[in-house]
Design a protein around this ligand. Structure first.
Ligand SMILES: *Cc1c(COP(=O)(O)O)cnc(C)c1O
Length: 351
């Protein structure tokens, strides 16, 4: 039976019996063995995709949000707030709905594209547009949460990372050991920080003998951790990792250094190649940002930088349906044909 993430890993999370469990049965996502790519098969390297797109709102953000919202309700919050239009806002809105509290999304005016906030709006989030820039919106969100019974659920909230570390637990529980490598996309860098926390905790408890090397990948146009300085105008089609100044900068560097791993950049072209490959050859439709994990591993495979016979886990962070605009970039609708069998068969390439 599927358990709420908080119940499955209660012993490892900062909850008590007084914490109300606000859950949509997140986590426990499949670890799908991949068939390829051939550069991996040839060297006996096994790849597994932890498909986080199968979480309740379509991204790994639900792992952190179940804990952040549960703790907010425990503390008596009547609302949760964040300054994001993306997967964080969607997750916050869904868990707030579940808990029966208000969710607030606070943004600079002119920033809101209906497509991006549709999921949050349908869940009943209240959008507040501020006449100002993003920094002002974030500052006001923080001030609001200090003055009113409103909980901040941006990634500054430490419960988010506590929930997200459970992904590492699930990987070890399923493989019976830590993988040799764990690859994932890096935006605000909370997730790589949380993965590494999880692996270290399980290792310290003796649940995994080894630790993986953490492989973090940023988009080339939004790669502050690779460049070693913030990027003022980050650009990439992988919108979930279009971040110029990551909140968990230190955590990401620690994960890289302590694990003997790396943080490198992949181009949008490489991301799209991996995105197409996953959909067409493996049957997995993920967000472009998620495909950055495979794009990076693929690059390392081609350069012969991964050990033969090793095991690699990729976190595929979000579902492809989150971003229909990119889908339209890699696939085209054909023109219509007359309604007769011959024309349809010809158009289908059968005759
Ligand atoms: C949030 C998110 C990321 C980036 O995770 P960070 O913790 O910010 O590094 C990557 N992919 C998807 C789909 C996301 O929603």
């Amino acid at each position: 039976m599927r358990l709420p993430l908080i119940e499955r890993y209660r012993a490892h999370l900062p909850v008590s019996l007084n914490t109300p469990v606000v859950s949509l049965l997140e986590g426990s996502t499949p670890l799908i063995p991949l068939k390829g790519p051939k550069e991996a098969r040839e060297r006996g390297i096994r790849l597994y995709a932890k498909f986080e797109g199968l979480n309740p709102t379509g991204s790994f953000k639900d792992r952190g949000m179940t804990l952040a919202v549960s703790k907010a309700v425990e503390a008596g919050a009547q609302a949760v707030a964040c300054a994001s239009t993306g997967n964080t806002a969607a997750s916050a809105a869904a868990y707030a709905a579940r808990a029966g509290v208000l969710s607030l999304v606070i943004l600079p005016a002119g920033y809101v594209a209906l497509g991006k906030v549709a999921q949050s709006l349908v869940h009943g989030a209240r959008i507040v547009q501020v006449e100002g820039n993003f920094d002002q919106a974030l500052r006001l969100t923080r001030e609001l949460t200090e003055r009113y019974p409103v909980a901040l659920v941006n990634s500054l909230n430490p419960y988010r990372l506590e929930g997200q570390k459970t992904l590492a637990f699930e990987v070890v529980d399923e493989l019976g050991e830590a993988p040799h490598y764990h690859a994932l996309p890096v935006g605000n860098a909370g997730n790589i920080t949380a993965h590494w926390m999880g692996y270290k905790e399980y290792h310290a408890l003796g649940k995994a003998k080894g630790l993986p090397r953490m492989l973090g990948f940023q988009a080339a146009g939004a790669a502050p951790l690779v460049l070693g300085r913030p990027v003022e105008r980050p650009e990439t089609l992988a919108t979930a990792i279009r971040i110029g100044n990551p909140a968990s900068w230190e955590g990401a560097l620690r994960a890289k250094e302590e694990s003997g791993g790396l943080i490198e950049a992949v181009t949008d072209g490489e991301i799209l190649e991996a995105y197409r490959y996953l959909a067409r050859e493996e049957g997995i439709f993920c967000e472009p940002a998620s495909a950055a994990a495979l794009a990076g591993v693929w690059k390392l495979l081609r350069e012969g930088r991964l050990e033969e016979g090793s095991t690699v886990v990729l976190t595929l962070t979000g579902h492809g349906l989150k971003d229909p605009a990119t889908a339209e970039k890699v696939a085209e609708l054909p023109p219509p044909v007359p309604p007769d069998l011959e024309a349809v068969a010809r158009a289908a390439g059968l005759s």
